[in-house]
Design a protein around this ligand. Structure first.
Ligand code: NAD
Ligand code: WQD
Length: 339
């Protein structure tokens, strides 16, 4: 079985490539490297001692996508490629809509032309907006609070319309909660460009001494310690969720929707404590105003994925913090130093 991984050089994509190769899938990666480095794929090959094909190509260029499909008999696509910075999406929404929506439309058109109709899409818990209750189940109402989230919601709707128009499509919408951590080897991990937007990469850069302190965005939420609560999931558990989805996708199930989360929530202060224990470093922090657009709490009900895919996140918060720190220590400047 040959899988095309769009965005495969990125954070979640590279970890998924490792698990695909471990399961003996043939892997073809398409990535324009706009938010990643080809070095991640070199490391994927080193970890697995297997090879993969790489195309530096852009989903905004249909011809480049068609070249990949004409040179390989692709059985299914895992579609990670997209822009993902929430704040940036508010400042430059058109770039986000163009890249994420047009890129996906181009990909789907080429898949249709080549009669490849199996796709796994990287959706996000952001499609639940501010949930009325917790834990979040797949059938909860959907809404978007920013342009990035709107691209995820729109792509989910496009894929559902496509399925309703042609039942030969098999589509899995995987809604990720908050992916953190890194491969246990410390060879691949999250390599944010510039100052990180997300909590754990930020904490990690405070621990290594690149940033002086963490701003905790609000301690007056209706949560046990007043700080925001999220369902952090180890990126390797998340990657394995894709591995469990593929065999199901190849049984012609039609449309599938799953939450990929652990089912547990941790606060910002609990994350700081967890990281201090893993790194043996003090994480200085200051309480500041809430970040606009943030919600108080969010965690998944992952029961559907467990029942239907036999998938469950296994790694603990200690594993997530330990593996993030191992990656950060081994690669203080991310992939930069290897280039
Ligand atoms: P990432 O930025 O590390 O990976 C995305 C990859 O897509 C990058 O390598 C980038 O170069 C590539 N890309 C972007 N636009 C492209 C285009 N037009 N053509 C070809 N390649 C392109 O991000 P990630 O954290 O690995 O996220 C992967 C997917 O999962 C994204 O769709 C993201 O929205 C989604 N997701 C991420 C999170 C998260 O917190 N990391 C949570 C939920 C959903
Ligand atoms: C986590 C918690 C912050 C940074 C985002 C996207 C979401 C999804 C995952 C893609 C919150 C607090 C953070 C900091 C802080 N991505 N925080 N200081 O906002 O849950 O989700 O990434 O789909 O769409 O919105 O993740 O890591 O930014 O924040 O106090 O410097 O940490 O307020 O409570 P978030 P995050």
């Amino acid at each position: 079985m040959k899988i095309l991984v769009t965005g495969g050089a990125g954070y979640i994509g590279s970890h998924t490539c490792v698990e695909l190769l471990n399961e003996n899938y043939d892997v073809v990666v398409l990535d324009n490297l706009s938010n990643s480095s080809e070095e991640s794929l070199t490391r994927v090959k080193n970890i697995t001692e297997k090879s993969l094909e790489f195309y530096k190509a852009d989903l905004l260029n249909k011809k480049q996508i068609a070249t990949v499909f004409s040179e390989h008999k692709i059985d299914g696509v895992i579609h990670f490629a997209g822009l993902k910075a929430v704040g940036e999406s508010v400042s430059i929404p058109l770039k986000y809509f163009h890249n994420n929506i047009t890129g996906t439309l181009n990909l789907l058109a080429v898949m249709n032309d080549f009669n490849v109709k199996n796709i796994v899409f990287s959706s996000s818990a952001t499609v639940y907006g501010d949930p009325a209750s917790l834990p979040i189940k797949e059938e909860f109402p959907l809404s978007a609070t920013n342009p990035y989230g709107r691209t995820k919601l729109m792509i989910e709707e496009i894929l559902q319309d496509l399925y309703h128009s042609d039942k030969n499509w098999n589509i899995a919408l995987l809604r990720y909660f908050n992916p953190i951590g890194a491969h246990k080897s410390g060879e691949i991990g999250e390599d944010p460009c510039g100052i990180p937007n997300n909590l754990v990469p930020y904490i990690s850069q405070v621990a290594i001494g690149f940033l002086p302190w963490l701003s905790v965005f609000g301690n007056d939420y209706d949560t046990p310690d007043g700080t925001g609560v999220r369902d952090y999931i180890h990126v390797v558990d998340l990657a394995l969720g894709h591995i469990k989805t593929l065999p199901k996708l190849f049984t012609n199930p039609g449309l599938l929707i799953y939450n990929l989360g652990t089912g547990s929530g941790y606060s910002v202060l609990e994350m700081i404590k967890g990281f201090e224990a893993a790194s043996n470093k003090k994480i200085p922090y200051k309480i500041v105003d809430r970040r606009p657009g943030d919600i108080a709490a969010c965690w998944a009900d992952p029961a559907k994925a467990q029942e239907e895919l036999g998938w469950k996140a296994n790694k603990t918060l200690a594993d997530m913090c330990k593996d993030t720190w191992n990656w950060q220590k081994k690669n203080p400047n991310g992939y930069l130093e290897s280039l």
